[in-house]
Design a protein around this ligand. Structure first.
Ligand code: HEM
Ligand SMILES: *[C@@H]1O[C@H](CO)[C@@H](O)[C@H](O)[C@H]1NC(C)=O
Ligand SMILES: *[C@@H]1O[C@H](CO)[C@@H](O)[C@H](O)[C@H]1NC(C)=O
Ligand SMILES: *[C@@H]1O[C@H](CO)[C@@H](O)[C@H](O)[C@H]1NC(C)=O
Length: 326
């Protein structure tokens, strides 16, 4: 009995510790952190993202994804931006290749910020701001970004592989991975809606079209009507072709993702898996066309995701070049 009690206390303690660890020093973040030290910080990021978006609106999706990948590995500390070095393979070079993009936009914003206020604005904050601007430029919602993150000095490919959800994952794994970052099952349903913009490489889902379990079969969670079209786009083994995740409106941030998932057309197994939990299933069905509610929820969940494991105060550093530790 006493042993059991001790065990429970121990487990509770571990749970608390992990929550404290994952939320890091989120209390050190606030809206308008740079108001005095770099008043134009947010407008400089917005102008930079806007300039690239005007030339090519597909730039939004990679910028949104960068913030997700940053936050899920070692917290939102800009570690996703670091280059590999002679003795370290960084997150961005994790195998399997994560096809991340948008680094040039972050670098351009950083260069402009270093001109305006050298050594003040972190790369991690630029990523958080750029994600918000990318979504709102794509006709999606906007939200107030809490800033004050500092940049980490460590980036590890192995940690990226261990922490990032796989597109082949089942709902139980997805829920557990989000919970591990302090994000709820609702956050999972809401943030998955990010797949309303952007592209995917065939190899992130083509196992669903051919030989799913080794018996020449297809993924039973994929609408059979969608299969011929996807097979025409993605031949077996194709790892270079990209397809739009929300065909026809891949640069518009809207509720089509939920329409697609509800119809069994979610591109990834992990998208389709949202129909296998009562809460996420309900969220999907309720948000087919429910723009206002999805937009409100998305901002709330992004702010929450943006607080994951952050470094604030005197922790970490303000990098001069986002690809390199100082
Ligand atoms: C729920 C678990 C998730 C899984 C398993 C997942 C997986 C993936 C995969 C496999 C791709 C395509 C990569 C490629 O083949 O090129 C992708 C793209 C993308 N993901 Fe996710 N993702 C998840 C959650 C999220 C979240 C939370 C966000 C942002 C809030 C996000 C934003 C994006 C965006 C915007 C793209 C398109 C990127 C582009 O066009 O370059 N994803 N995701
Ligand atoms: C980081 O790596 C990329 C891709 O290899 C390269 O183009 C870039 O110049 C590197 N940045 C720095 C600062 O070394
Ligand atoms: C892997 O990364 C390289 C270099 O960044 C890129 O050229 C290539 O298209 C990527 N491959 C895949 C499958 O994403
Ligand atoms: C399907 O997978 C099984 C098991 O891996 C393999 O033996 C078989 O050759 C595959 N069939 C095709 C058509 O690729």
């Amino acid at each position: 009995m006493a042993l059991k009690h001790q065990m429970v206390v121990f487990l509770l303690h571990m749970a608390l510790l992990s929550v404290v660890f994952e939320t890091g020093n989120a209390a050190g973040l606030k809206v308008g952190f740079y108001q005095k030290t770099c008043p134009k910080a947010e407008s400089i990021v917005r102008q930079t993202v806007g300039g690239y978006f005007a030339k090519d609106p597909t730039v939004s999706a990679p910028l949104l994804r960068l913030h997700f990948h940053d936050c899920f590995v070692r917290g939102c500390d800009g570690s996703v931006l670091l280059n590999s070095t002679a003795d370290n393979v960084a997150e961005k070079d994790a195998a399997p290749n994560m096809s991340l993009d948008g680094f040039f936009v972050i670098d351009a914003a950083k260069a402009a910020l270093e001109q305006a206020c050298p050594g003040v604005v972190s790369c991690a904050d630029i990523v958080a701001l750029a994600a918000r601007d990318a979504v709102s430029l794509s006709q999606g919602p906007s939200w107030q970004v809490k800033t004050g993150r500092r940049d980490g000095r460590v980036s590890s490919a192995a940690e990226a592989v261990a922490n990032l959800p796989s597109s082949f994952a089942e709902i139980s794994t997805l829920k557990a991975q989000f919970a591990g970052k302090g994000l709820s099952t609702k956050d999972l349903a809401v943030l998955s809606g990010a797949h309303t913009i952007g592209n995917s490489h065939c190899n992130s889902f083509s196992n669903r079209l051919y030989n799913y379990t080794g018996k020449g079969d297809v993924d039973p969670l994929l609408n059979p009507k969608r299969i011929p079209e996807l097979r025409a786009q993605c031949k077996p083994g194709d790892a270079t072709t990209v397809v739009e995740m929300d065909p026809g409106s891949a640069t518009t941030f809207d509720t089509h993702y939920y329409q697609q998932v509800a119809a069994g057309n979610g591109l990834f197994h992990s998208d389709a898996a949202l129909l296998r939990d009562p809460l996420t299933k309900k969220y999907v069905y309720q948000h087919v066309g429910a723009t206002a509610s999805f937009f409100r929820d998305f901002g709330v969940s992004m702010v929450k995701m943006g607080m994951t494991g952050v470094l604030t105060g005197t922790h970490g550093e303000i990098r001069k070049n986002c690809a390199l530790v100082n």
